[in-house]
Ligand binder design. Structure first.
Ligand SMILES: [Cu+2]
Length: 314
């Protein structure tokens, strides 16, 4: 493949990536510590175009004292039952409570978004570092979606098609802040490349926990002949990508996410196709933090998938 045809393939692939992105049901609250919390289930779309008529939330064992907020246009039911043990809750112990909430109503059209609020209490069954999945079942006029998949250890949750919303448990009272400030790279994943595609895209989060800006200067990986940092830009109504030759600034105290439709890592001249389930190393070179190597998990190509963007480029 000539350099020119690689460039063309890259341009075509990048222009298609945004439409591959799809939104999951999620919680607006990403992390909390032991004790009371308030969260909302966010429902970003229907079931393949069909309107949502019910949202059912399963409460994990150890999340106690749950109460849903009533919602205009929706009825709310709760299923109560015994907990597996008695938990400390404010001034006493509780041994039973809400285990499932169902909001029924709407219909919430596919092109609309809504959220369903509840409060709860993280018991001492959980410790900092735990990731608690909240299974959400979305019923529609036609069909349903169970947001119930939980990533196996070492697997990138973003490779799941129907991930359960996750609530991360963190330490209380800023104990997390007491940890040494550092720049970290997390959640690195790449899309599988079908057919004979020689380019692939990767995504990750860079968290700059330090008090100074840093710059991602370059990236490299044994799976690709060349690895670049790309950004997406609208130019004359067309989404185009561009290599960031000057590097990517990670502001102090900020997180920069590389995700489908935006900034991404581009793998050029792939030695072999990237296959779902595969893992490989990615080395990132930062101006201040130096070399950081992270494992990249390869996920599915992405569904729902439009016409295969690679079909014309074999
Ligand atoms: Cu690109």
């Amino acid at each position: 493949m000539s350099l020119r045809s690689i460039r063309m393939t890259v341009a075509v692939l990048c222009s298609v990536l945004p439409s591959l992105a799809f939104a999951h049901a999620s919680l607006d609250l990403k992390a909390t510590s032991q004790g009371p919390f308030r969260a909302a289930v966010k429902v970003p779309h229907g079931c393949e175009g069909s309107s949502t008529v019910a949202v059912r939330l399963t409460i994990p064992e150890g999340i106690i004292g749950v109460k849903p907020a009533p919602k205009a246009g929706w009825s709310v039911e709760t299923a109560k039952g015994p907990y597996s043990k008695a938990y400390d809750h404010f001034h006493g112990k509780v041994s039973e409570g809400v285990k499932e909430i169902t909001w029924r109503g709407g219909p919430l059209m596919d092109e609309h978004f809504d959220e369903f609020i509840f409060i709860g209490f993280v018991s001492d069954a959980f410790a900092a570092g735990d990731q608690v999945p909240f299974v959400v079942t979305q019923e529609c006029e036609k069909g349903q979606i169970a947001w119930s998949e939980v990533a196996a250890p070492g697997t990138d949750p973003r490779s799941l098609k129907f991930p359960a919303p996750i609530l991360k448990i963190v330490a209380k009272d800023g104990a997390a802040k007491a940890a040494a400030p550092a720049l970290t790279v997390a959640n690195a994943w790449a899309r599988a490349t079908p057919g004979g595609a020689q380019v692939g895209a990767g995504y990750l989060d860079i968290v700059n926990g330090t008090a100074a800006d840093d710059t991602l200067l370059s990236v490299s990986s044994p799976v690709a002949g060349k690895t670049e940092i790309h950004e997406m830009k609208h130019e004359g109504g067309v989404m185009k990508m561009r290599a960031l030759g000057e590097g990517l600034v990670i502001p102090a105290g900020k997180t920069v996410s590389l995700s489908p439709g935006g900034l991404h890592i581009m793998f050029l001249d792939l030695a072999a196709p990237l296959v779902a389930g595969q893992k490989f190393d990615l080395e990132l070179l930062f101006k201040t933090a130096g070399k950081v190597t992270v494992p990249v998990s390869v996920g599915e190509v992405g569904a729902p998938k439009p016409a295969d963007p690679h079909a014309n480029h074999h």
